[in-house]
Design a protein around this ligand. Structure first.
Ligand code: SAH
Length: 453
């Protein structure tokens, strides 16, 4: 006999939120997770799935509404898989992200003395994405549609606006959709694995205003490209680069290996603080430029550079953090596993006339061993791994190198917490600041400062 049965309709009080932003109702100690329900609400829900340790419910009615509930401004919000938190005030989102970090670090892992600051939010948390990767398809009437995928599916929702992508991207998207229809551009069908146009990728330099448009196609022939390039240039004078990327794999990866330039330069330029970056269609570049500056500034504050330090920038991508720090350090060594990103980092170092940087392609866990063998003695180490966190042996070598400070940026606080426990033998985790890089989504980014004991 289950605590609760499928299809039952019940009333309950929401007492907590999961890290996915789902409301939690409890029957004794058995939790029911209910998307779109908020803390302190009294709700009516229908049980849609029952498991041994939890159930999932569907929100039917709100009897007592939370003060943190708002009407989602986006008309596609309840269908689209892009945002998860638009039904709560922005302040409630920031609080939720901080609470998650407190839970992980203070309650779970026992870092009782670590100061956890308020989440650094955006003044205007809309239109922040500098890169939009928009799927292209056709509806039943054979009209071209463009927009983002429905939750947990690859069904495209036709949109004329996405409130988190750069404002100019709406206009570019809508014009391109119109021209694709007028010119009868063939679109890719994922099920049949046929058709041409897969995605339109739009990138903007937040400070420079430079625009890049990339057409991602299945196959090489894009016979309307000439006329579309002409139309784009007339409509959008800020365009500096139009590219054609070929992806004839049938996977979920958006971009293929080869691109060529249809118009203008191969890349756009942008600046973060005073550092200039060249960004091509394939480069990894932080999505939210406004918040990236705040994140990197926090990292610099935590590093407490005096100008004479040797700094390691590990998992460096195109070297943004290291280049940001170069003017304030003696020498910066960067390591990154993707060869193209390292080429970008080197090019960007030259572009900014930095002579105190060295970027190496390889696995952080291997290159750090080599640096140690070469006798490099870092004062500060920046760590910014992917979601799975650091390799255990990387952290062992880091402990042997024994830098004065470690600044650890993470897009997944739960692996950061695991790694923090390994560092805790030798380092005090002094403070953590969550920075909201992706408003209205459940992503949490943190920057943590470790001091040698
Ligand atoms: N610091 C950069 C990028 C962080 S994303 C920035 O702020 O823009 C994490 C990076 O780690 C990615 O670029 C990924 O390619 C790289 N990476 C993943 N595994 C790695 C490993 N074992 N060694 C080095 N780099 C790795």
């Amino acid at each position: 006999m289950n605590v609760i049965e499928k299809n039952e309709v019940r009333e309950g009080q929401v007492i907590d939120l999961t890290h996915e932003g789902h409301g939690v109702v409890k029957l004794d100690r058995y939790p029911i997770f209910i998307p779109n329900a908020l803390i302190n609400e009294t709700i009516e829900y229908k049980v849609i799935k029952v498991k041994k340790n939890f159930a999932i419910g569907k929100l039917i009615d709100i009897k007592v509404k939370s003060e943190e509930r708002v009407e989602p401004p986006c008309v596609y919000y309840y269908k689209c898989g892009g945002c998860q938190l638009q039904h709560m005030t922005y302040q409630a989102q920031l609080n939720m992200k901080k609470e998650q970090v407190i839970n992980l670090f203070q309650r779970k892992a026992g870092f009782k003395d670590t100061v956890i600051h308020d989440t650094v939010g955006m003044e205007n948390p809309w239109y922040y994405r500098n890169k939009s990767q928009i799927p292209v398809g056709k509806n039943d009437e054979q009209n071209v549609i463009m927009g983002y995928y429905r939750q947990r599916s690859h069904q495209i929702i036709d949109m004329d606006e996405c409130l988190i992508q750069d404002n100019i991207h709406q206009e570019v998207m809508n014009k391109i959709k119109l021209w694709f229809n007028e010119l009868n551009v063939s679109t890719y069908n994922e099920h049949k694995k046929q058709g041409l146009m897969r995605h339109v990728v739009i990138r903007t330099g937040h400070h420079s205003g430079e625009l890049m448009v990339v057409f991602v196609t299945n196959g090489k022939k894009f016979k309307q490209s000439g006329i579309i390039v002409e139309k784009l240039l007339t409509a959008f004078p800020n365009i500096v680069s139009i590219k054609h990327n070929i992806n004839d794999t049938h996977s979920n990866v958006i971009m293929g290996q080869t691109s060529h330039t249809l118009y203008g330069k191969d890349e756009i330029q942008d600046t973060l603080s005073d550092v200039t970056f060249k960004i091509n269609d394939q480069s990894f570049y932080q999505i939210n430029s406004v918040q990236t500056e705040k994140l990197y500034q926090k990292a610099i504050d935590y590093a407490e550079l005096q100008g004479e330090e040797t700094v390691l920038d590990t998992y460096c991508g195109i070297g943004t953090i290291g280049l940001y720090m170069a003017p304030k350090a003696k020498h910066v060594y960067g390591v990154e596993i993707v060869a193209e990103a390292i080429a970008d980092a080197q090019q960007n170092a030259t572009l900014n006339q930095f002579e105190n940087t060295t970027f190496v392609c390889g696995k952080a866990e291997e290159v750090i061993l080599k640096w140690k063998a070469d006798g490099i003695k870092p004062d500060v180490v920046m760590v910014d791994p992917p979601r799975k966190g650091c390799d255990e042996s990387f952290l062992d070598t880091l402990l042997e190198l024994n830098p004065r400070k470690i600044v650890y940026i993470s897009c997944n606080p739960s692996t950061q917490q695991r790694d923090a426990q390994q560092l805790a033998t030798q380092y005090k985790l002094t403070q953590i600041t969550p920075v909201d890089m992706f408003p209205h989504t459940t992503h949490v980014e943190t920057v943590a400062q470790f001091e040698r004991r």
